[in-house]
Design a binder for this molecule. Structure first.
Ligand code: M6R
Length: 612
């Protein structure tokens, strides 16, 4: 959460930073700000609201500077407001700092500083850390870099910080632990950011800074050090990303663009890996570790949010195909309890961003206990990808819309290939079933295309139900996780209360909610549970609930029971979730936009949750 950008070089810093902030706005958007350094003068500008609000306040200001830092905030300590916005200035006004993360022991440090007579202008942990650094600098008569190193040894929590100093005209000092930082290397210039999207336009050469590393960045020089002041050789990697991938490309919203990208993202995910004709799946992360994976005593899946839903679907699929016990845990719960993790356990970590703090910390804990970590990650080079022992990328490309769509279907595709690969090696899947599932997987992009062609039908349904105050999403078996995902999507981007439930559980409580005002979305494709789910639809109809169903083409029983329905092409029940989720993504998109919600930046959310 929070996006940070920094620039030092020969260009005007402000336009680079502003554009970068717009690209990073998905990480937080309740306030933003910039600090510009010119001729020994530090100017800080900040504003509550979106980056566009900041931009407006900057009109007419003299913004000439070649060094600067900028921040777009997702509030943790202190409400969204001008005074809590970053950058923060130190007590002397000589330092400015931006921060992504949480300083957990800030209260203790703040008290120490209060005792020394410091006062604070914001409620943030960031201002505390900044004054702490300045206090050390003053007392020890040390450089900013030394003071920062000392301060960081005392703080607990997560941070990525960028600091500039009045007396240090072209330098940005950065440090990270737990929150991401990428440095782009240009000719006589450097770019710093939370991810590569603000950098890609200028250079493809980047360095991913690791935890407990400090970067001293000047136009012509990048020095990396650890907290022990030892130099580290920067490892330069080439970005495999095009500018077009992070632009809207004619769509009204990133979310819609990303929904419509799914035929090609799934194609890219399967390409070079799955060959249905040959009957092969080649994934180096799996092939090189197949013994470990197929002999796992147990598989534990750790993830949050939508990625957790992909994990739940994977539980059903892996247990069915591989006959290995699977447990799916919210990473945010796992990290705080005393879970049993043994050698021989395999942990699958699922994450779009690869930076989710809860998942990252849970993995560190599991690794300490000797578990083997397999990462299913979208963001290449991210922290979760790097902490994993092995893994497979989803190859969905940058996902900018806060609501996860194409990353989710990519996760399902990777997990399906993983399950099939393990099952084949273990001999727990028949030859015929294996081959038919491979063929079905290969057909997914085409089937998604067919669904997307009818997107306008979902717009009509959305218009009809946009006024509802609650929704229920019901599914059984492989489609139960999709019911949860449908409900989460709707909540996120339309602010309508929605619950996802296994359809059979409905009678144990949620059925009390049903009346003529409640839309109930059934995921009722033709599978082993079909007759059962039709009975559940009857139960809702008998209580006058409004039924919207996602059905298989040609299923007349369900259409008769439904007030509205959307048909998808027939598919094997294990593959169906990759398809049934698409109409639900579109439904929530159209309800959200019909209600006037900024679906790419829904309130209170951020794309990458790098705080607890
Ligand atoms: O980047 P991750 O997949 O680790 O993120 C996990 C969740 O924060 C994320 O899926 C969240 O629930 C999305 N807003 C869902 O649309």
């Amino acid at each position: 959460m929070c996006g940070i950008v920094g620039y030092t070089g020969t260009r005007q810093a402000y336009p680079v930073i502003l554009k970068g902030l717009k690209r990073l706005e998905y990480r937080g958007y309740d306030s933003s700000g910039v600090a510009l350094l010119k001729d020994g003068k530090l100017n800080v500008y900040k504003k509550k609201g979106k980056v566009a609000d900041l931009e407006e306040t900057m009109i007419g200001k003299v913004l000439d500077a070649h060094v600067g830092i900028g921040h777009t905030r997702w509030a943790t300590h202190g409400e969204p407001s001008d005074r809590n916005a970053h950058p923060h200035s130190s007590a002397s006004g000589k330092l400015a700092m931006i921060h992504n993360g949480i300083i957990e022991n800030y209260a203790l440090i703040k008290q120490e500083l209060l005792n020394k007579g410091y006062t604070f202008t914001s409620d943030t942990d960031t201002e505390v850390l900044l004054n702490f650094i300045e206090d050390i600098q003053k007392n020890n008569n040390s450089t900013l870099e030394e003071a920062l190193r000392i301060a960081l040894k005392r703080v607990s929590g997560a941070y990525c910080i960028l600091l500039i100093e009045q007396d240090n005209p072209d330098t940005i000092i950065a440090a990270r632990k737990g929150s991401p930082l990428v440095i782009g290397i240009g000719k006589g210039e450097h770019f710093l950011a939370s991810d590569a999207s603000p950098i890609i336009e200028y250079t493809k050469e980047v360095v991913y800074v690791n935890d407990y590393e400090l970067a001293i960045v000047k136009p012509d020089e990048l020095i990396l050090k650890n907290l022990g002041n030892e130099k580290i050789t920067p490892y330069i990697t080439k970005l495999d990303m095009e500018l077009a991938a992070i632009e809207k490309g004619g769509y009204d919203h990133f979310m819609l663009k990303e929904i419509f990208e799914q035929p090609s993202t799934i194609f890219d995910c399967l390409r070079g890996r799955l060959d249905a004709k040959e009957g092969t799946i080649r994934m180096s992360g799996i092939d090189h570790n197949i013994d470990q994976l197929m002999n796992a005593n147990r598989i534990m899946i750790l993830a949050c949010g939508t990625s957790w839903h992909a994990g739940l679907a994977a539980e059903y699929i892996i247990e069915e195909l591989c006959r290995i016990p699977v447990e799916v845990e919210y990473a945010s719960e796992f990290r705080y309890r005393n879970p049993i993790v043994n050698k021989g356990d395999v942990i699958i970590a699922i994450s779009q961003s690869g930076e989710t703090a809860d998942t990252l910390v849970a993995l560190e804990k599991a690794k300490e206990n000797g578990a083997f970590i397999f990462g299913v990650v979208n963001a290449v080079g991210s922290s979760i990808a790097r902490i994993s022992n092995a893994g497979a990328y989803t190859h969905a490309g940058p996902e900018i819309g806060v609501a996860s769509t194409k990353a989710f279907t990519g996760q399902l595709a990777v997990l399906m290939m993983m399950a099939l690969s393990i099952a084949k090696h273990k001999g727990t899947v028949s030859h015929e079933r294996y081959h038919s599932l491979l063929l079905e997987l290969e057909e997914v992009p085409e089937k998604i295309n067919a669904i997307l062609k009818n997107a306008s039908a979902l717009k009509v349904i959305a218009e009809k139900y946009k006024g509802a105050s609650d929704f229920l999403f019901l599914g059984r078996g492989y489609n139960f996780p999709i019911a949860l995902e449908g409900a989460l999507k709707l909540k996120e981007i339309s602010y309508i209360h929605a619950e996802g439930y296994p359809a059979a559980e409905m009678k144990h409580g949620p059925i009390a909610l049903v009346d003529e005002n409640l839309p109930v979305v059934f995921i009722a494709t033709k599978d082993a549970y079909h007759e059962k789910i039709v009975s559940n639809m009857q139960e809702i109809k008998a209580r006058k609930g409004k039924i919207i169903s996602i059905i298989t083409e040609g299923d007349t029983t369900s259409t008769e029971l439904s007030n509205d329905y959307f048909a998808i092409p027939p598919a094997d029940e294990l593959i169906a979730p990759i398809l049934t989720v698409i109409p639900l993504q579109l439904l929530s998109y159209y309800v959200g936009t019909a209600k006037g919600v900024d679906v790419d930046k829904p309130r209170n959310l951020a794309k990458s949750v790098t705080v607890e």
